[in-house]
Design a protein around this ligand. Structure first.
Ligand code: ADP
Ligand code: MG
Length: 271
């Protein structure tokens, strides 16, 4: 790939943590929406068979005709798989439960870890003038998550502010190291984002202190509070920043987008 092509490539971020319920999907949806609010074009790749990111952005099951599964199995092109969403500037590749069998179906495919990488580099990607691609990973370090890490420039790790939260991080770091050694030498850690934070809770404060001591600058200054508006938004098929634009959750996800953009000065703001 020439330097020129590399510059034109959107920034690809895998949102991963093998624990379920830590805020991966919520972060994928709301960070996408917050970046789009800044004028960026964002593609959210739903790589979780549960399809919660698709649901949360209003893509009903009946509208998921071409999905991430078809793209990975090379049964559809990127252009066929990408759909617009109700949120201006946010596109999605939706997921269905089919995706749960991809691991087994791809086992004898030599390119199995590179399928998403290759799919996202199809020339048709240019048509969407994307600035960011966010990949919502399943709660596992399986072949789907490996595909996300091989395709990505960096990994963003949501960490729920509760006991044992840090224990899973070392396993995740091992997987990142393995992907670096075998397939994607330049894979970076974008950062750790503390989620569902309740500042009145001593344990949450302790988890934050431990994370900042052990992981240093990797931990974003921004913390996502536990906020009921964030958990209500998906049932209205909206990001929280559209569902309740002034809520604490909305403000936090906007702040996360700002912090992420500051870490990425090479991406100029879109018109
Ligand atoms: P994951 O994708 O890691 O499994 P989710 O993003 O689906 O996690 O979040 C798990 C649950 O917690 C969801 O019901 C979601 O609405 C809720 N949730 C996520 N973040 C917050 C938050 N900051 N405040 C309140 N509820 C949240
Ligand atoms: Mg999820």
């Amino acid at each position: 790939m020439s330097d020129l092509n590399t510059l034109a490539t959107p920034k690809i971020i895998a949102i991963a943590n093998q624990k379920g319920g830590v805020g991966k999907t919520t972060t994928a949806i709301n960070l996408s929406a917050a970046l789009a609010e800044e004028g960026y074009n964002v593609l959210l790749v739903d790589l979780d068979p549960q399809g919660n990111a698709s649901t949360g952005l209003g893509i009903e099951r009946g509208s998921r005709v071409v999905t991430a599964y078809d793209l990975l199995l090379e049964e559809a092109t990127l252009e066929e798989a990408v759909q617009p969403t109700e949120v201006d500037g946010v596109f999605i590749i939706p997921a269905t439960t089919d995706l749960s069998s991809a691991d087994i179906e791809l086992i004898s495919n030599e390119k199995r870890s590179f399928l998403l990488h290759d799919a996202l580099r199809q020339p048709a990607i240019e048509k969407y003038a994307l600035d960011y691609i966010l990949i919502d990973c399943p709660p596992s370090l399986n072949l789907l998550t490996v595909n996300a890490m091989v395709a990505a420039h960096s990994v963003l790790v949501p960490l729920q502010s509760e006991f044992y939260a840090l224990e899973g991080v070392s396993q995740l770091m091992l997987t990142i190291r393995e992907v670096r050694q075998t397939a994607n030498a330049n894979l970076r850690i974008e950062g750790i984002i503390l989620t569902m934070y309740d500042g009145r809770n001593n344990l949450a404060q302790q988890v934050e202190a431990d994370a900042r001591t052990n992981l240093g600058d990797l931990v974003f200054d921004t913390v996502i509070p536990r906020n009921v508006r964030i958990s209500e938004a998906p049932s209205y098929a909206l990001p929280v920043i559209e569902y309740d634009t002034t809520s604490r959750g909305s403000k936090a996800y906007r702040a996360l987008a700002q912090e992420l953009m500051k870490r990425q000065p090479e991406i100029a703001k879109a018109g």
